[in-house]
Write a protein of this length. Structure first.
Length: 281
């Protein structure tokens, strides 16, 4: 099975009438408005082998087959699928669809050549969070801007999460979610995390926090306890301070309790741990 890539294509400086005119021109007639048929922009040539590709077929047809031709000319092995209903707001329209393993860059640049009065913006993200992700702007077949973060970085994961609608936060109630690495250069998904009872400390500017210990990944960090916090006035500043406290290496319950002691008396009263699930000072 391929990796599914989400493609969010924006049509800028485009009237709603023009947007729907283009959508009608490029639609896959089987699916209707909001779909795109790559064949209408870069047609497959006659004589292309369209059957199953085994060793014998590869020897016989070489690169004159549907797979090699599509990857070379469409950047992806299949036509588009997974269409969402198109939307229009302000002076921009948006269509969203899926492709296999890669975005159809050549197809979309051909689209911009054909409709040169429109500026296009493509935001794309692989389901492998933080890999094969980026955003580009182009018009009349020419690249205008390119934001392609390095694979596997926090910036790439944050862009992918924004495109895919994924929340890159840690959920205290379920003791699971995304947490930055020690160096802050990528996010890890953590689950089964020990979450302490809430306490207050200088690092949180007096707001209630919990201390989280992920034994599997050997790290400890603070999270705001929003359920216990009724003071929203300085919460934003407190959260920034909590993030500045960082993510630290923690290889044992002794290490964990060492961090508790560093966080002050209230933490010692609430969050000390004997390694068996019991809080003790």
């Amino acid at each position: 099975m391929p990796n599914h890539v989400t493609n969010e294509l924006h049509f800028h400086h485009c009237t709603e009438e023009r947007f729907h005119e283009i959508l009608k021109d490029i639609q896959n007639d089987e699916y209707g408005l909001g779909s795109i048929d790559f064949r209408k922009l870069i047609p497959e040539p006659e004589g292309l082998y369209m059957g199953d590709l085994g060793i014998e077929e590869m020897k016989r047809y070489k690169d004159n087959n549907w797979y090699d031709w599509r990857v070379k000319n469409w950047n992806t092995k299949w036509n588009a699928y997974g269409f969402e209903a198109p939307t229009y707001s302000g002076d921009a329209g948006t269509m969203t669809f899926l492709t296999a393993n890669c975005s159809p860059f050549r197809v979309l640049f051909r689209l911009s050549e054909k409709y040169s009065d429109v500026e296009f913006e493509l935001r794309y993200a692989d389901e492998d969070l933080g890999y094969n992700v980026g955003e580009i702007s182009f018009a009349a077949g020419e690249l205008i801007d390119d934001n392609t973060p390095r694979d596997g970085t926090a910036a790439a994961q944050e862009l992918a999460a924004d495109i895919l609608g994924i929340d890159l936060t840690f959920d205290v109630s379920s003791a699971s979610g995304y947490v930055l690495s020690f160096l802050g250069n990528y996010y890890e998904y953590c689950e089964g995390v020990h979450v302490s009872p809430p306490f207050r400390c200088d690092a949180s500017l007096g707001h209630p926090v919990v201390l989280c210990y992920d034994e599997d990944n050997g790290k400890v960090w603070l999270e705001p306890d929003r359920l216990q916090d009724n003071d929203s006035g300085t919460l934003e500043e407190a959260v920034a301070n909590i993030r500045a406290w960082g993510v630290h290496r923690c290889d044992s319950w002794d290490d964990y309790n060492g961090y508790v002691h560093c966080l002050g008396d209230d933490a010692m009263e609430s969050a000390c741990h004997n390694g068996e699930g019991m809080t003790q000072c």
